[in-house]
Design a protein. Structure first.
Length: 226
């Protein structure tokens, strides 16, 4: 069902052989997987209230009920082995369209909020988390290390030449994250250059992936905390 004014939330689908991600391109981090398109869209709708909490922290207006009331699939992309493993990997064509400086700034705000939520959630969680299928049974410190270390991958997707760092080096993590934000702020509103290398991604895709990654693991810690 569409919003009262007739609008629906635009989404795209990244479909692997065994897993499908549904993502709302206007809302970095609001991405959920499922076994097929239907279950991915259902999961996306179910997580709208949780994502609304992120937007509230960022002072960005977001109505969970209206946003999840109707979806319009505007693009489908073929996923990869990484998609089936459980991570976003393939940028849709819509990420190649130019945006505005205001849109780029909102991306930056929501990424920062996702990182802050993750770090605060981890800081307040027990070291040993309740075990279950989600996350492969990792405890808090292993999840924190994984999220921080993956920021190097996100930086390299933007063409930044960052080196791996010890996960406990908070200053190094902050430096890498600052570089990611600066690059997204500077280039997310522009059309990405043609012929990006396989390891590169458009800035808007990187914004979406890094916000999703931080939020997914923040919610994992919340769900597994005693």
């Amino acid at each position: 069902m569409p919003w009262e004014d007739g609008r629906v939330t635009e989404v795209y689908l990244e479909a692997g052989k065994r897993r499908v991600f549904a993502c709302a391109p206007a809302w970095p981090g609001w991405c959920r997987p499922g076994r097929d398109e239907e279950s991915a869209l259902a999961a996306l709708a179910a997580y709208a209230p949780r994502y609304a909490g992120v937007c509230a922290r960022a002072s960005v207006p977001f109505g969970a009920g209206s946003a999840a009331a109707g979806f319009e699939v505007v693009e489908r992309v073929t996923g990869s082995a990484t998609t089936d493993f459980g991570a976003l990997d393939v940028a849709p064509a819509l990420d190649g369209e130019p945006g505005t400086a205001q849109q780029a700034e909102q991306l930056v705000t929501l990424i920062e909020t996702a990182w802050d939520l993750f770090e605060q959630t981890a800081a307040g969680a027990p070291a040993v988390l309740r075990k279950g299928p989600r996350g492969g049974g990792r405890d808090r410190d292993a999840i924190v290390a994984h999220v921080r270390e993956t920021e190097v991958l996100h930086a390299r997707m933007l063409g930044l030449k960052e080196r791996p760092f010890p996960a406990e080096d908070v200053a190094a993590a902050g430096w890498v994250r600052a570089g990611i934000l600066a690059e997204i702020r500077a280039s997310a509103a522009a059309r990405p250059p043609e012929g990006l290398a396989r390891s590169r991604r458009p800035p808007r895709f990187v914004a979406r992936r890094t916000a999703w990654h931080a939020l997914d693991h923040a919610w994992e810690i919340q769900d597994k905390s005693d």
